[in-house]
Write a protein that binds this ligand. Structure first.
Ligand SMILES: [Zn+2]
Length: 278
């Protein structure tokens, strides 16, 4: 490796891990680099790629790039790696306290920077697309922690209905805390095993909107496909909001309102278990 030994006067390289949480305030922004599915961003293949016109990716930026393009040059690093605690769909906002992540800085020659100034710079240059909690220096183990620990989430959705639900159906949906059975959605079945999973879910609110749609708030177990729970995904999710309301439903907008990490207050699916008798 050419740079294993620093040249005279050159600082050695080190790796570091910065933990934070991001709020994503613009739809259409992916969490990580959205490589073109055809050419995969490959340097040679992208040149004549008809899908991305040589760009190699399908969006101009991502949460990862908004952070990395400030961090990597400032720290004189080789590259940055983004490790999120899960991810939301590209068209879904990430609100509340934000989604935890660790940004791994690889080969930094200048790691001792003002992290608060860096955070403010990233936010300002994102032009309102993302907001970040203060960075905290952590060890590599936090990457594993966020990858392996799962949290319930609160979602807010706008639901279009084919016909107005009856008052009884609305009451039944509102009273729904329970278990749903969800088969892997059709839209991801090409890259995920086709399984049927039980998931806990509780409706918090279902409020009529001015245009006849409904605003839904729901807390659900990690790994729940909320869009498919709303529509039923052609009976692959049972029961769905559509079956509870007795009319076809479609999610027209979705936000993650909160990720219920241990340090965040919010509506929990189950009350904490009572301490065992000694
Ligand atoms: Zn391409």
């Amino acid at each position: 490796m050419a740079d294993a030994v620093p040249l005279p006067g050159q600082r050695p390289r080190s790796n570091l891990w910065l933990e934070s949480r991001y709020r994503k305030l613009r739809r259409g922004l992916p969490q990580t680099v959205f490589f073109c599915p055809r050419c995969k961003g490959d340097r040679r293949r992208k040149r004549d790629c008809p899908d991305c016109q040589g760009f190699g990716k399908l969006t101009r930026e991502s949460v990862q790039e908004l952070i990395g393009r400030r961090v990597v040059p400032l720290m004189q690093a080789k590259e940055g790696r983004f490790h999120g605690a899960g991810r939301e769909d590209i068209d879904v906002l990430m609100l509340g306290r934000g989604r935890p992540f660790v940004f791994e800085v690889v080969g930094a020659r200048n790691p001792d920077v003002d992290l608060e100034a860096l955070r403010r710079d990233i936010e300002a240059r994102s032009e309102g697309q993302i907001e970040l909690q203060p960075f905290v220096r952590v060890g590599r183990a936090r990457v594993v922690y966020w990858k392996e620990t799962h949290f319930d989430k609160v979602y807010r959705a706008e639901v279009a209905v084919a016909a107005p639900p009856s008052p009884d159906a609305l009451a039944a949906a509102l009273a729904f805390p329970g278990t749903i059975l969800q088969r892997t959605p059709q839209r991801v079945s090409h890259r995920r095993a086709d399984l049927e999973r039980p998931r806990q879910l509780k409706v918090l609110a279902l409020t009529p909107m001015a245009d006849g749609a409904y605003e839904l708030r729901v807390v659900c177990q990690h790994g729940t496909y909320v869009k498919e729970w709303i529509s039923g995904d052609e009976e692959r999710t049972q029961p769905s909001l559509a079956t509870l309301l007795g009319t076809a439903c479609k999610c027209r907008q979705l936000d993650v309102e909160e990720i219920l990490t241990d340090d965040v207050d919010g509506p929990r699916l189950e009350p904490p278990a009572a301490p065992a008798e000694a």
